[in-house]
Design a protein around this ligand. Sequence first.
Ligand code: NAD
Length: 255
Amino acid sequence: MGLLSGKNILVTGVLTDASIAFHIARLAQEEGATVVLSSYGRVHRLTERIAGRLPQLAPVIELDVSNDEDLAALADRVRVHVPTLDGVVHSIGFAPEAALGGNFLNTQWADVATALQISAFSLKSLTMAARPLFNGGASVVGLDFDASVAWPKYDWMGVAKAALESTSRYLARDLGPENVRVNLVAAGPIKTIAAKSIPGFEEFEPIWNQRSALGWDFSDPVPAAQAAIVLLSDWLPKTTGEILHVDGGVHAIGG
Ligand code: NAD
Protein backbone atom coordinates (compact mmCIF):
# COMPACT_ATOMS: atom_id res chain seq x y z
CA MET A 1 0.00 0.00 0.00
CA GLY A 2 1.34 3.44 -0.90
CA LEU A 3 1.77 6.33 1.52
CA LEU A 4 -1.12 8.18 -0.16
CA SER A 5 -3.38 5.25 -1.03
CA GLY A 6 -6.97 6.35 -1.58
CA LYS A 7 -6.21 10.05 -1.20
CA ASN A 8 -7.29 12.80 -3.60
CA ILE A 9 -4.71 15.56 -3.99
CA LEU A 10 -4.90 18.90 -5.82
CA VAL A 11 -1.46 19.95 -7.07
CA THR A 12 -0.94 23.50 -8.33
CA GLY A 13 2.20 24.80 -10.02
CA VAL A 14 3.14 22.18 -12.62
CA LEU A 15 4.76 24.16 -15.42
CA THR A 16 7.56 21.91 -16.73
CA ASP A 17 8.91 18.53 -15.77
CA ALA A 18 11.53 20.40 -13.69
CA SER A 19 8.77 21.99 -11.55
CA ILE A 20 8.86 20.81 -7.94
CA ALA A 21 5.10 20.29 -8.30
CA PHE A 22 5.58 17.88 -11.22
CA HIS A 23 7.61 15.59 -8.98
CA ILE A 24 5.09 15.92 -6.15
CA ALA A 25 2.31 14.90 -8.57
CA ARG A 26 4.39 12.02 -9.93
CA LEU A 27 5.34 10.67 -6.49
CA ALA A 28 1.77 11.17 -5.21
CA GLN A 29 0.46 8.96 -8.03
CA GLU A 30 3.20 6.41 -7.40
CA GLU A 31 2.13 6.37 -3.72
CA GLY A 32 -1.49 5.65 -4.64
CA ALA A 33 -3.14 9.09 -4.83
CA THR A 34 -5.55 10.41 -7.42
CA VAL A 35 -4.11 13.73 -8.59
CA VAL A 36 -5.88 16.76 -10.06
CA LEU A 37 -3.62 19.50 -11.41
CA SER A 38 -4.32 23.20 -11.82
CA SER A 39 -2.79 25.73 -14.16
CA TYR A 40 -3.71 29.09 -15.56
CA GLY A 41 -3.98 31.33 -18.61
CA ARG A 42 -1.42 30.93 -21.31
CA VAL A 43 0.57 28.18 -19.56
CA HIS A 44 -2.51 25.93 -19.15
CA ARG A 45 -1.78 24.08 -22.41
CA LEU A 46 1.83 23.51 -21.33
CA THR A 47 0.66 21.97 -18.04
CA GLU A 48 -1.71 19.67 -19.98
CA ARG A 49 1.17 18.51 -22.14
CA ILE A 50 3.42 17.89 -19.09
CA ALA A 51 0.54 16.05 -17.36
CA GLY A 52 0.94 13.46 -20.10
CA ARG A 53 4.37 12.60 -18.69
CA LEU A 54 2.94 11.55 -15.32
CA PRO A 55 2.51 7.84 -14.58
CA GLN A 56 -1.25 8.41 -15.09
CA LEU A 57 -2.75 11.26 -17.08
CA ALA A 58 -4.11 13.85 -14.61
CA PRO A 59 -6.89 16.36 -15.40
CA VAL A 60 -5.89 20.06 -15.38
CA ILE A 61 -8.38 22.60 -14.05
CA GLU A 62 -8.10 26.37 -14.47
CA LEU A 63 -6.91 28.38 -11.43
CA ASP A 64 -5.24 31.76 -11.45
CA VAL A 65 -4.81 32.39 -7.72
CA SER A 66 -5.29 36.12 -8.26
CA ASN A 67 -8.67 35.60 -10.01
CA ASP A 68 -11.71 35.64 -7.69
CA GLU A 69 -13.92 33.85 -10.23
CA ASP A 70 -11.46 30.99 -10.54
CA LEU A 71 -11.25 30.74 -6.75
CA ALA A 72 -15.05 30.72 -6.39
CA ALA A 73 -15.34 28.02 -9.07
CA LEU A 74 -12.50 25.86 -7.73
CA ALA A 75 -14.58 23.43 -5.65
CA ASP A 76 -16.99 22.73 -8.56
CA ARG A 77 -14.11 22.32 -11.00
CA VAL A 78 -12.41 19.81 -8.69
CA ARG A 79 -15.73 17.94 -8.10
CA VAL A 80 -15.91 17.12 -11.81
CA HIS A 81 -12.98 14.77 -11.16
CA VAL A 82 -13.03 13.83 -7.45
CA PRO A 83 -15.75 14.34 -4.77
CA THR A 84 -13.45 15.46 -1.93
CA LEU A 85 -9.83 16.46 -1.29
CA ASP A 86 -7.40 15.04 1.28
CA GLY A 87 -4.51 17.27 0.27
CA VAL A 88 -3.66 20.51 -1.49
CA VAL A 89 -0.21 21.51 -2.75
CA HIS A 90 0.56 25.22 -3.14
CA SER A 91 3.60 25.40 -5.42
CA ILE A 92 3.16 28.92 -6.72
CA GLY A 93 5.47 31.88 -6.70
CA PHE A 94 5.80 35.02 -8.76
CA ALA A 95 7.43 38.44 -8.39
CA PRO A 96 7.73 41.11 -11.09
CA GLU A 97 11.26 41.71 -12.34
CA ALA A 98 11.48 45.02 -10.47
CA ALA A 99 11.00 43.18 -7.17
CA LEU A 100 14.04 40.93 -7.61
CA GLY A 101 17.70 41.13 -8.44
CA GLY A 102 19.13 43.78 -6.13
CA ASN A 103 16.65 46.61 -6.66
CA PHE A 104 15.21 46.23 -3.14
CA LEU A 105 15.47 49.88 -2.12
CA ASN A 106 13.67 51.18 -5.21
CA THR A 107 10.88 48.66 -5.79
CA GLN A 108 7.44 50.25 -6.05
CA TRP A 109 4.47 49.06 -3.96
CA ALA A 110 2.51 47.82 -7.00
CA ASP A 111 5.27 45.29 -7.75
CA VAL A 112 5.60 44.30 -4.09
CA ALA A 113 1.81 43.89 -3.87
CA THR A 114 1.82 41.50 -6.83
CA ALA A 115 4.61 39.41 -5.28
CA LEU A 116 2.76 39.23 -1.96
CA GLN A 117 -0.60 38.40 -3.52
CA ILE A 118 0.61 35.63 -5.84
CA SER A 119 3.25 34.14 -3.54
CA ALA A 120 1.80 34.48 -0.02
CA PHE A 121 -1.83 35.63 0.21
CA SER A 122 -2.67 32.92 -2.33
CA LEU A 123 -1.94 30.22 0.27
CA LYS A 124 -4.97 31.54 2.17
CA SER A 125 -7.05 32.02 -1.02
CA LEU A 126 -6.31 28.51 -2.29
CA THR A 127 -6.91 26.86 1.09
CA MET A 128 -10.23 28.64 1.57
CA ALA A 129 -11.33 27.81 -2.00
CA ALA A 130 -10.57 24.13 -1.36
CA ARG A 131 -12.06 24.06 2.17
CA PRO A 132 -15.59 22.94 1.08
CA LEU A 133 -13.97 19.77 -0.30
CA PHE A 134 -12.21 18.78 2.91
CA ASN A 135 -13.87 15.80 4.51
CA GLY A 136 -12.97 15.61 8.19
CA GLY A 137 -9.44 16.89 7.67
CA ALA A 138 -6.80 17.64 5.06
CA SER A 139 -3.13 18.44 4.59
CA VAL A 140 -2.10 21.68 2.90
CA VAL A 141 1.54 21.90 1.81
CA GLY A 142 3.31 24.98 0.44
CA LEU A 143 6.79 25.52 -0.99
CA ASP A 144 9.03 27.96 0.85
CA PHE A 145 12.53 29.40 0.61
CA ASP A 146 13.91 30.01 4.11
CA ALA A 147 12.88 33.57 4.97
CA SER A 148 14.68 33.88 8.31
CA VAL A 149 17.62 35.74 6.73
CA ALA A 150 18.22 38.18 3.82
CA TRP A 151 19.62 36.45 0.70
CA PRO A 152 21.49 37.89 -2.30
CA LYS A 153 19.07 39.18 -4.99
CA TYR A 154 15.94 37.47 -3.56
CA ASP A 155 14.65 40.84 -2.32
CA TRP A 156 10.84 41.22 -2.19
CA MET A 157 10.37 37.54 -2.99
CA GLY A 158 12.13 36.95 0.34
CA VAL A 159 9.63 39.26 2.01
CA ALA A 160 6.81 37.37 0.26
CA LYS A 161 8.23 34.08 1.59
CA ALA A 162 8.31 35.54 5.12
CA ALA A 163 4.64 36.40 4.62
CA LEU A 164 3.99 32.87 3.33
CA GLU A 165 5.58 31.41 6.46
CA SER A 166 3.42 33.59 8.70
CA THR A 167 0.28 32.89 6.62
CA SER A 168 0.81 29.14 7.04
CA ARG A 169 1.01 29.54 10.82
CA TYR A 170 -2.24 31.54 10.99
CA LEU A 171 -3.99 29.05 8.71
CA ALA A 172 -2.71 26.25 10.96
CA ARG A 173 -4.19 28.10 13.95
CA ASP A 174 -7.61 28.72 12.41
CA LEU A 175 -8.08 25.41 10.57
CA GLY A 176 -6.50 23.07 13.13
CA PRO A 177 -9.89 22.57 14.85
CA GLU A 178 -11.13 21.15 11.49
CA ASN A 179 -8.18 18.74 11.44
CA VAL A 180 -6.58 20.66 8.58
CA ARG A 181 -2.78 20.68 8.80
CA VAL A 182 -0.83 23.45 7.07
CA ASN A 183 2.92 23.04 6.58
CA LEU A 184 5.72 24.28 4.34
CA VAL A 185 8.70 22.61 2.72
CA ALA A 186 11.63 25.06 2.69
CA ALA A 187 13.64 23.81 -0.27
CA GLY A 188 17.17 24.75 -1.22
CA PRO A 189 17.75 26.32 -4.67
CA ILE A 190 16.59 24.20 -7.63
CA LYS A 191 16.91 25.20 -11.30
CA THR A 192 13.28 25.58 -12.38
CA ILE A 193 11.57 28.24 -14.54
CA ALA A 194 10.78 30.27 -11.38
CA ALA A 195 14.44 30.07 -10.31
CA LYS A 196 15.71 31.12 -13.75
CA SER A 197 13.58 34.26 -13.51
CA ILE A 198 15.60 35.38 -10.46
CA PRO A 199 18.53 37.44 -11.78
CA GLY A 200 21.61 36.37 -9.82
CA PHE A 201 20.18 32.96 -8.86
CA GLU A 202 23.71 31.54 -9.36
CA GLU A 203 24.80 33.50 -6.27
CA PHE A 204 23.12 30.79 -4.18
CA GLU A 205 25.47 28.18 -5.58
CA PRO A 206 28.63 28.99 -3.56
CA ILE A 207 26.50 29.31 -0.41
CA TRP A 208 25.03 25.83 -0.87
CA ASN A 209 28.31 24.34 -2.06
CA GLN A 210 30.00 25.58 1.10
CA ARG A 211 27.33 25.12 3.78
CA SER A 212 25.18 22.13 2.88
CA ALA A 213 26.24 19.40 5.29
CA LEU A 214 24.68 16.74 3.06
CA GLY A 215 25.71 18.32 -0.25
CA TRP A 216 23.20 19.80 -2.71
CA ASP A 217 22.18 19.04 -6.30
CA PHE A 218 20.70 22.20 -7.89
CA SER A 219 18.98 20.15 -10.57
CA ASP A 220 17.20 17.69 -8.27
CA PRO A 221 13.66 18.61 -7.15
CA VAL A 222 12.97 15.10 -5.82
CA PRO A 223 14.06 15.54 -2.15
CA ALA A 224 11.70 18.54 -1.76
CA ALA A 225 8.91 16.58 -3.47
CA GLN A 226 9.47 13.58 -1.18
CA ALA A 227 9.10 15.82 1.89
CA ALA A 228 5.81 17.14 0.51
CA ILE A 229 4.56 13.55 0.09
CA VAL A 230 5.32 12.76 3.74
CA LEU A 231 3.48 15.91 4.85
CA LEU A 232 0.49 14.90 2.67
CA SER A 233 0.48 11.41 4.21
CA ASP A 234 -0.96 10.27 7.55
CA TRP A 235 2.52 9.98 9.05
CA LEU A 236 2.76 13.49 10.55
CA PRO A 237 -0.72 13.69 12.09
CA LYS A 238 0.15 16.19 14.84
CA THR A 239 2.44 18.42 12.78
CA THR A 240 1.07 21.77 11.65
CA GLY A 241 2.40 25.30 11.28
CA GLU A 242 5.76 23.65 10.62
CA ILE A 243 8.56 24.48 8.18
CA LEU A 244 10.38 21.35 7.06
CA HIS A 245 13.80 22.30 5.65
CA VAL A 246 14.98 20.29 2.67
CA ASP A 247 18.15 22.24 2.00
CA GLY A 248 21.00 19.82 2.71
CA GLY A 249 21.29 21.38 6.18
CA VAL A 250 22.18 24.95 5.15
CA HIS A 251 19.65 26.54 7.57
CA ALA A 252 21.47 24.88 10.48
CA ILE A 253 25.08 25.60 9.54
CA GLY A 254 26.89 28.91 10.10
CA GLY A 255 29.03 30.48 7.36
P1 NAD B 1 8.00 26.71 -11.44
O1 NAD B 1 8.25 27.90 -12.29
O2 NAD B 1 8.05 25.38 -12.09
O3 NAD B 1 6.60 26.86 -10.67
C1 NAD B 1 6.03 28.12 -10.32
C2 NAD B 1 4.55 27.97 -10.61
O4 NAD B 1 3.80 29.11 -10.17
C3 NAD B 1 4.28 27.80 -12.11
O5 NAD B 1 3.62 26.57 -12.36
C4 NAD B 1 3.33 28.95 -12.41
O6 NAD B 1 2.35 28.58 -13.39
C5 NAD B 1 2.70 29.19 -11.04
N1 NAD B 1 2.03 30.49 -10.95
C6 NAD B 1 2.59 31.72 -11.05
N2 NAD B 1 1.62 32.67 -10.97
C7 NAD B 1 0.44 32.00 -10.78
C8 NAD B 1 -0.92 32.40 -10.62
N3 NAD B 1 -1.28 33.71 -10.64
N4 NAD B 1 -1.88 31.46 -10.45
C9 NAD B 1 -1.55 30.14 -10.45
N5 NAD B 1 -0.29 29.69 -10.59
C10 NAD B 1 0.69 30.62 -10.77
O7 NAD B 1 9.10 26.78 -10.27
P2 NAD B 1 9.29 26.01 -8.88
O8 NAD B 1 10.68 26.33 -8.48
O9 NAD B 1 8.85 24.59 -9.00
O10 NAD B 1 8.33 26.83 -7.91
C11 NAD B 1 7.33 26.24 -7.12
C12 NAD B 1 7.38 26.80 -5.71
O11 NAD B 1 8.58 26.38 -5.09
C13 NAD B 1 7.36 28.33 -5.62
O12 NAD B 1 6.59 28.72 -4.51
C14 NAD B 1 8.83 28.65 -5.37
O13 NAD B 1 9.01 29.89 -4.76
C15 NAD B 1 9.17 27.50 -4.46
N6 NAD B 1 10.61 27.27 -4.26
C16 NAD B 1 11.43 27.17 -5.32
C17 NAD B 1 12.80 26.99 -5.12
C18 NAD B 1 13.74 26.92 -6.27
O14 NAD B 1 14.94 27.16 -6.08
N7 NAD B 1 13.29 26.57 -7.46
C19 NAD B 1 13.29 26.89 -3.81
C20 NAD B 1 12.42 26.98 -2.74
C21 NAD B 1 11.06 27.18 -2.98
